[in-house]
Ligand binder design. Structure first.
Ligand SMILES: [Zn+2]
Length: 492
């Protein structure tokens, strides 16, 4: 019988014994990148916490088909998960947890919540609006509308994204906020995340329409970092930095392009804040870029490369050696014409590959199971091989690899005692899911967001029996609709 309990693993994971203070517990464990964690750690002032979210309770998820995504624990058919005060206490069969509320998981697959690693959540009110001509494509669309937004519009749009994340089984998102037009835009965007209860990295970016030579507002970034405990929702939201990148379309990269970059990267690293950078289409990221980043000392475990479709085989070795992760977003990459994913090659080179939504003006929705399906099918198509890429590997990309990429695999990404309770229950008795066969195949090939029955983030039940428990979808959609209407009027 496979039973793993928190007490057996506290030593290995280095978790604090007392779990009374959830805020303390979620911040316990080793520093993800070996740097200081000032950017993530609440300091002396008490963190401001979201109100209106369900309390963290004690639950026994009973008799589910459990995919722990923990290599040591494997799958547990007919298994249980014991959750208390936001912690995974035990995973196994026939667990005893007197007093715990039982969540019946018969006919359900239980797995860690999905982890998105790159999502411009503020663009969500422009869902499916990227249109069919050069003037109406994704970049002109988001630049035009982004420039006419007010801080409240960031809040309304990102709140819709975070609610959709929870609805779709995504328990952690990396909100790449690249429309920080002033400090207030940042504050409102972060507030939206905090109110929904999702686990997140909030990544500080530039703004739509920024002149290419304008330096980034590092003073504003520093101010947010200093005051981060006021925004972190008790530690659920950490701070990240979106590096502009070297912004050149030539190869080799002119040396002056590195000056601004060095300042940005050094600032983020001085604060111990993890960094992400877009290396987008092949045509504007020529081969040789990743090598240039390596030569400058920019690669590292704290750096997340996004798309990176022009990376050569030699460069992949450099990325793997540096411990740098790559986030692939086949939903948007295929749609915008960046080309077929190289996820399989990255994986074979030993790189930690994770997945992302990117932006719903292009992807339509945040259906991360569907994005894993696209990834897997694109890999098999390129290889002319039915067996090239497994559903199980896709699920690893969507869970534990995402946690590693964000430096939070000591907290989430697998159902491991001692980690925080981010888990989802997926119904298998719907018409699109029956008959129950192979659970990993069903998740990647058949599951829709509406099949996600229950979503628990940090021990809070945020979706139950297919319904949001704390958020009002109609009110959230009405807010985002009002934003579209108002921004459109402003542009007229
Ligand atoms: Zn992006």
């Amino acid at each position: 019988m496979k039973v793993a309990a928190l007490s057996k693993r506290t030593g290995r994971r280095g978790f604090v014994k007392s779990m009374a203070g959830a805020g303390a517990a979620i911040l316990a464990g080793p520093s993800p990148f070996g740097a200081t964690e000032q950017g993530q750690t609440p300091r002396s002032t008490a963190p401001r916490r979201a109100t209106g979210l369900p309390a963290r309770g004690e639950y026994l998820v009973r008799n589910g088909h459990i995919l722990t995504m923990d290599a040591g624990l494997g799958d547990i058919p007919g298994g249980d998960v014991h959750v208390r005060n936001g912690d995974i206490i035990a995973v196994g069969k026939n667990l005893k947890a007197p007093g715990a509320q039982v969540l019946d998981a018969s006919h359900m697959i239980v797995l860690p919540g999905l982890i998105d690693t790159h999502w411009h959540m503020w663009t969500t009110y422009l869902r499916s609006m990227a249109a069919d001509s050069a003037e109406q494509g994704y970049f002109p669309l988001t630049t035009k509308y982004g420039q006419a937004m007010r801080p409240i519009d960031m809040y309304r749009s990102t709140r819709l994204a975070a609610a959709e994340a929870i609805f779709s089984g995504i328990t952690t998102a990396n909100d790449e906020c690249h429309n920080v037009r002033s400090h207030d835009y940042a504050i409102e965007d972060i507030r939206a995340l905090a109110e929904t209860g999702v686990r997140a990295r909030w990544s500080y970016g530039a703004y739509r329409g920024i002149p290419p030579t304008e330096p980034r507002n590092l003073a504003d970034f520093e101010a947010l970092h200093k005051d981060w405990s006021a925004h972190s929702n008790g530690g659920l939201i950490s701070l990240g930095y979106i590096w502009t990148g070297i912004g050149s379309t030539t190869s080799p990269v002119p040396p002056e392009r590195f000056e601004m970059s060095r300042k940005e990267i050094e600032t983020a690293r001085r604060f111990g804040v993890p960094i992400s950078v877009h290396l987008s289409a092949r045509e504007n990221t020529p081969p040789g870029w990743v090598e240039a980043l390596a030569n400058e000392g920019f690669l590292g475990k704290d750096l997340l490369l996004i798309h990176a479709l022009s990376t050569s085989a030699a460069e992949m070795k450099l990325v793997a050696a540096a411990g740098t992760s790559i986030s692939v977003s086949p939903g948007s990459e295929l749609r915008i014409g960046y080309g077929l994913t190289k996820a399989g090659d990255f994986d074979a080179a030993g790189i930690n590959v994770c997945v992302s939504v990117d932006t719903t003006p292009l992807t339509g929705n945040a259906h991360l199971f569907g994005i894993l399906k696209l990834l897997r099918n694109a890999e098999n198509a390129q290889a002319f091989d039915e067996f090239k890429f497994t559903a199980r590997r896709a699920l690893e990309f969507g869970t534990i690899h995402g946690a590693r990429a964000l430096g939070i695999d000591h907290l989430t990404g697998s159902l491991t005692p001692g980690k925080r309770a981010d888990l989802i229950l997926v119904r298998t008795d719907g018409l699109n899911m029956g008959v129950f066969t192979d659970p990993a195949h069903l998740l990647v090939e058949a599951t829709e967001p509406s099949d996600v029955d229950t979503v628990i983030v940090d021990g809070r039940i945020l979706k139950r029996a297919g319904k949001m428990t704390a958020l009002d979808p109609a009110e959230i959609i009405a807010g985002a609709s009002a934003t579209l209407e108002e921004v459109t009027k402003r542009l007229a």
